[in-house]
Design a protein around this ligand. Structure first.
Ligand code: ARG
Ligand code: ZN
Length: 871
C-alpha cells in the first residue's frame, strides 16, 4: 500500500511520557512500557487507539492498572487496537522480543556481543507498541537491566540517574531524557565497551562530557572522531548560534549498521566506519568521512531533534538542511573549493542519475510504500542544494536571520519544509512561492544558454531557457526560480565589471542572476570586448548547463577562471567531449591544446594541489555513460583508458616529477595540504601505470612496501591488483595477512578486488563471498564486495552474457530474507536498465521480474523493483 502526503492527519492521541524497562537476555529481551496517553486537543478523536507494533509477543497489557480482556483489544501484524479509549489513561504493556534473531538491524538488535538500536524511521515499533510517528513527541525514561559481566556499559538517551547492582549478577541503570522527542530518536546500547572522554564548554557556560564508546580493541582509534566533534560543536556555536543542551554527549561505534550513523538524542550510534581511524588503517577519505558524519549527526541535535519533522515526507527538512550544514563545516575545515567539487561530483553522479531514472522523486516526495527507500541522494544531497540556493538568494546575513527565526519559532516542534521556507521569506520580505517548486517537482532542470555580443552598442546578452524533463507522475513542470551565478572574463582573464541594463552601477566579480521564466534575457552594458562567460559559478543551483563553448574557451577557463568549480568544470567538459568523441571514433584526434592544458596543470606548483588533482581527474565511466543516449560500457572504458595512456605517454616526465616532488617523509596528517599532495601524487601514479612500464610497477610496489599510511598503501595496491602480474597476488595476500583482524581494512581489501579491472573478477567475487572474512549479515561487507562490484565495476557487472545481472538478482533474493533495507539498496542498481542496449535491458528486466515474482519479498524490494519496471 502507498502512503500519501495529502492524507496527513494530526495524531488523535498524544503520549506525554514513556517509561521503559528493558531486561536484556541471551534468549529473549523483555520490554515493559508505561505510556501516559491523552487525546490530542488539536484533532478530532474517534475513541479508538491504534498503536504501531511489529514482531512483538504480548505478555501483558493493562489500562489504568486494570488488565485488558481479550475482547477489549486486537493485535495484528502491524499493531494493537484498543476500542474504548478514555480521554486520558496509563497504558502498560509487557512484551517479548528477540534481538539475537534480528538480522534486519532495525529496532533492537545485536552487533557482535553488543546490544544496540536503530529506530529511524520506523524501528521503534519493533521494540514496543507506540505511536511511532515523528509528530508524537514524548519524554522518555529508560531502565536497562542486564548481566554485569557481559554488559558493564548500559546507555540510553539523556542523563544517567542511579545504578543498582543486584545479587543475581545483574545490574541496572536508569536514564532520563528531559527533552520531548519522537520515538525514532530513542536509543539503547549495552556491551563491554571502552570509552575516551573529553569535555567542551559552551558559550553559555555548560560543561559537556563528550564520550566515544567502542569495543576494547579500537580504543586507540577514536581521537580523530573526538577532535571532529569538538570542531563541530564550536562551528555550530559560531556559525548558527546553536549550542548543545545536555550534560553528556555520547557516540557509540558498532560494526553492523545499515546506514552511516544515527543522531539519537544524546546517544549517537555510528557505523564504525565513521568513527575509527588511524593513519595505518584509514585513508584520507575515511578521515574526511568521519569528520563530516560526526558533524552531521551533531548538527542534527538542532536540525532534526530540537526541531523535528511533522511526517516522513518532510525528511529533507532535517536531512537536506543538515547536509548543507555539514558541507559548509567541512569546507571551513579543509579546502573549500575542493569540497564543493566533491559535492558536485557526487550530486551529478548519483542524484542526477536518480532524477533521470524511474526512481525520480521530489525532495519532498508525495507518496511512498516504504519510507526507508526515501533516504536518497535526492532527499539528502539535492535537499542540501535547495537549502544552499536559499542561502545564495538571501546572502549570508539574511540567511542567518532566517535560521535564527526558524530555531526560535519552532523549537520543540515537529514541522514541515514549508515552515522552514516561510522563515526565509519573512526575514527577506521575498515571495518564495515559486522557489518552493524545488521541493515538489522532481527532475534536473536544464539551462540552455546562448550569448550575443553587440560591439557597437557595447552590449552582451545572455539568453537563458530552462526546461525540466518529465519524471514519473509529473509530465509537465512549472518554471523554477534558479539562482544563476555568472562572471564575465576579458581576454586577459580579468573579471569585467557587470552592469545589467537599467541598473545604476556596475559590480565586479560574480553576479547572482535570478532565472524565473522559461526564457529570459540578461543584457550587460558597457562591455567593450567579447567576454568568455563563467556560468553557474560555485554550482549555484542543481541544474545542467548547456552552452556552446569552443575548445579554446574551455582551455582558457581551465587556466584563468578564478572560481574553482568552473575551472574544474571546464576541464571536465573538455575531457568529456574528447572521451565521448573517441567512444564513437576510437582514433579521433586528441587536441594538442588539451594535452598542453594538462601539462600546465601538472607543472603548476602554485595552486592548491588538491584542486589540481580534481582538475586532472577524468570524468568517471558512469558519468560519461549518463551523457550518452545509450551507455556503451566497453567503449567508454576503452576510450577513458586510452586517453589516460596518451596523457601518460606524452607527459611522462611531468607526471614522474609530480610524483617525486609531492613525496613527504613527514608523519601522517589529514590536513587539506597534505591530503592534496597525496591525492595528486597517487593520481600521477594512476596515469603512469598505463605505460605498462616495469619501473612504474616497481614504484607502486615500493610505495606499498613503504607502508607510510593507508592512503598510499591502498592507492598502490589497487593499481597493482589490476595487473596480470604475480606481484598482484603476493601483495593482496600480504595485505590480508597483515590486516585480517581489522574488519574495516578487510572491507577495503574486498572492494579493491571487486573493482579490479580483470576478466575473471566476477568469479573472484563469488569466491570471496565464501571467504571467512566475508559475511552477508554485515552491511559493510555487502557494500564493499557486492555493492562495489555491481555499481563500481561497469565492465564486469554489465558483462554481455548477463552473468553480473544474474549474480545481483541472486544476491538480492538471498539478502532480502535477512535485511530488506540492504537488499533494496542493491536492487536499485538495476533501476537504470533503460540506459543500456536492448539485450542488456531484457536481461536486467528479467531479473527484476524474477525478483517480483518471488513469494514473500519485502515491501522495500517490491517498491524498487516494481517502480523500476513501470514505464
Ligand atoms: N538520520 C540518519 C542520518 O542521516 C539516517 C538514518 C536512516 N536510517 C534508516 N534506516 N533509514 O544521519
Ligand atoms: Zn542525517
Amino acid at each position: 500500500t502507498t502512503i500519501y502526503l495529502k492524507d496527513y492527519r494530526p495524531p488523535e492521541y498524544l503520549i506525554d511520557r514513556v517509561d521503559l524497562t528493558f531486561e536484556l537476555g541471551e534468549e529473549e529481551t523483555r520490554v515493559r512500557s508505561v505510556l501516559q496517553i491523552r487525546e490530542n486537543p488539536a484533532a478530532e478523536v474517534s475513541g479508538v487507539l491504534r498503536l504501531h507494533g511489529e514482531q512483538l509477543e504480548l505478555i501483558a497489557l493493562s489500562l489504568d492498572g486494570r488488565p485488558l480482556q481479550a475482547t477489549e483489544y486486537q493485535v495484528d501484524d502491524e499493531g494493537l487496537t484498543i476500542q474504548q479509549m478514555p480521554a486520558q489513561c496509563i497504558l502498560e504493556s509487557d512484551v517479548r522480543i528477540l534481538p539475537q534473531k534480528n538480522t534486519a538491524l532495525e529496532g533492537l538488535y545485536k552487533s557482535g556481543t553488543m546490544f544496540c538500536t536503530q529506530c529511524e524511521a520506523e524501528g521503534f515499533r519493533k521494540i514496543t507498541w507506540f505511536l511511532d510517528r515523528p509528530d508524537v513527541m514524548s519524554r522518555f525514561t529508560t531502565t536497562i537491566r542486564a548481566d554485569r559481566i557481559r554488559y558493564p556499559v548500559l546507555l540510553s538517551n539523556g542523563n544517567p540517574l542511579n545504578e543498582i547492582q543486584t545479587d543475581d549478577g545483574m545490574h541496572q541503570i536508569t536514564w532520563e531524557d528531559p527533552f520531548p522527542k519522537p520515538a525514532y530518536l530513542f536509543a539503547l546500547v549495552a556491551g563491554d565497551l571502552r570509552s575516551i572522554e573529553a569535555s567542551h564548554t559552551t558559550p553559555s557556560g555548560r560543561d559537556v562530557a563528550l564520550k566515544i564508546y567502542v569495543e576494547p580493541e579500537n580504543i586507540d582509534k577514536c581521537d580523530h572522531a573526538m577532535a571532529s566533534l569538538k570542531h563541530a560543536m564550536a562551528w555550530d556555536e559560531r556559525c548558527y548560534g546553536r549550542e548543545y543542551d545536555l550534560d553528556i554527549y555520547m557516540v557509540v561505534a558498532v560494526n553492523d549498521f545499515n546506514m552511516g550513523a544515527m543522531e539519537n538524542k544524546g546517544l549517537n550510534i555510528f557505523n564504525s566506519k565513521y568513527v575509527l581511524a588511524s593513519p595505518e588503517t584509514a585513508t584520507d577519505r575515511d578521515f574526511q568521512g568521519i569528520e563530516s558524519v560526526i558533524a552531521h549527526e551533531y548538527f542534527h541535535n538542532w536540525t532534526g531533534n530540537r526541531i523535528t519533522c511533522r511526517d516522513w515526507f518532510q525528511l529533507s527538512l532535517k536531512e537536506g538542511l543538515t547536509v548543507f550544514r555539514d558541507q559548509e563545516f567541512s569546507a571551513d575545515m579543509g579546502s573549500r573549493g575542493v569540497k564543493r567539487i566533491e559535492d558536485v561530483r557526487l550530486l551529478r553522479a548519483h542524484q542526477f542519475a536518480e532524477d533521470a531514472s524511474p526512481m525520480a522523486h521530489p525532495v519532498r516526495p508525495d507518496s511512498y510504500m516504504e519510507i526507508n527507500n526515501f533516504y536518497t541522494v535526492t532527499v539528502y544531497e539535492k535537499g542540501a542544494e535547495v537549502v544552499r540556493m536559499q542561502a545564495n538568494l538571501l546572502g549570508s546575513d539574511l540567511y542567518r536571520k532566517g535560521t535564527d527565526l526558524y530555531f526560535e519559532r519552532f523549537d520543540g516542534q515537529a514541522v514541515t519544509t514549508d515552515d522552514f521556507v516561510q522563515c526565509m521569506a519573512e526575514v527577506s520580505g521575498r515571495d518564495f512561492s515559486q522557489f518552493k517548486r524545488w521541493y515538489s517537482q522532481a527532475g534536473t532542470p536544464e539551462l540552455k544558454i546562448s550569448s550575443d555580443f553587440q560591439p557597437e552598442q557595447q552590449r552582451y546578452t545572455l539568453t537563458v531557457a530552462q526546461h525540466c524533463p518529465a519524471t514519473p507522475g509529473q509530465p509537465d513542470k512549472a518554471a523554477f526560480l534558479i539562482p544563476f551565478a555568472v562572471g564575465l572574463l576579458d581576454k586577459n582573464g580579468n573579471e569585467m565589471p557587470l552592469q545589467l541594463q537599467g541598473e545604476a552601477e556596475a559590480i565586479t566579480g560574480t553576479r547572482m542572476l535570478e532565472v524565473s521564466e522559461r526564457r529570459q534575457q540578461f543584457t550587460f552594458i558597457g562591455i567593450n570586448e567579447r567576454p568568455v562567460p563563467a556560468l553557474l559559478r560555485g554550482f549555484s543551483a542543481p541544474v545542467k548547463v548547456q552552452y556552446d563553448y569552443s575548445d579554446e574557451e574551455l582551455m582558457f577557463l581551465m587556466a584563468a577562471e578564478p572560481d574553482g568549480f568552473c575551472r574544474w568544470d571546464a576541464a571536465q567538459t573538455l575531457a568529456q567531449r574528447i572521451l565521448l568523441k573517441r567512444v564513437a571514433t576510437p582514433d579521433a584526434e586528441i587536441p594538442a591544446g588539451f594535452v598542453e592544458a594538462f601539462r600546465k596543470a601538472l607543472t603548476d606548483r602554485e595552486s592548491d594541489q588538491a584542486l589540481l588533482a580534481e582538475v586532472l581527474t577524468l570524468p568517471s565511466e558512469s558519468y560519461l555513460g549518463d551523457q550518452m543516449k545509450e551507455v556503451d560500457v566497453e567503449g567508454i572504458h576503452r576510450s577513458r583508458e586510452s586517453l589516460k595512456r596518451h596523457l601518460a605517454l606524452t607527459l611522462k616526465d611531468e607526471l614522474l616529477s609530480l610524483y617525486h616532488d609531492n613525496y613527504s617523509a613527514d608523519g601522517y596528517a589529514p590536513d587539506a595540504v597534505s591530503i592534496g599532495r597525496r591525492s595528486l601524487r597517487n593520481l600521477a601514479l594512476s596515469y603512469l601505470i598505463q605505460l605498462d612500464d616495469p619501473a612504474v610497477l616497481q614504484l607502486c610496489i615500493d610505495q606499498f612496501r613503504a607502508g607510510q599510511n593507508m592512503t598510499d598503501v591502498l592507492a598502490a595496491l589497487s593499481l597493482v591488483a589490476d595487473k596480470d602480474v604475480p606481484e598482484a597476488e603476493q601483495l593482496l595476500e600480504q595485505f590480508y595477512q597483515q590486516w585480517k583482524n581489522d574488519p574495516l581494512v578487510m572491507d577495503k581489501w574486498f572492494t579493491l578486488q571487486a573493482l579490479a579491472n580483470r576478466p575473471d573478477t566476477l568469479s573472484r567475487v563469488e569466491n570471496l563471498m565464501k571467504h571467512p572474512a566475508f559475511s552477508l549479515a554485515n552491511p559493510n561487507k555487502v557494500r564493499s564486495l557486492i555493492g562495489a562490484f555491481c555499481s563500481g565495476n561497469a565492465v564486469g557487472f554489465h558483462a554481455a552474457d548477463g552473468s553480473g545481472y544474474q549474480f545481483l538478482g541472486d544476491r538480492v533474493l538471498e539478502l532480502d530474507g535477512m535485511n530488506p533495507q540492504v537488499a533494496s539498496r542493491m536492487v536499485r542498481i538495476m533501476a537504470r536498465w533503460q540506459r543500456y542496449d536492448k539485450q542488456r535491458q531484457q536481461m536486467m528486466k528479467a531479473q527484476l521480474e524474477r525478483i517480483l515474482k518471488t513469494e514473500g519479498i519485502s515491501r522495500d524490494v517490491f517498491e524498487i523493483a516494481s517502480k523500476s519496471l513501470e514505464q
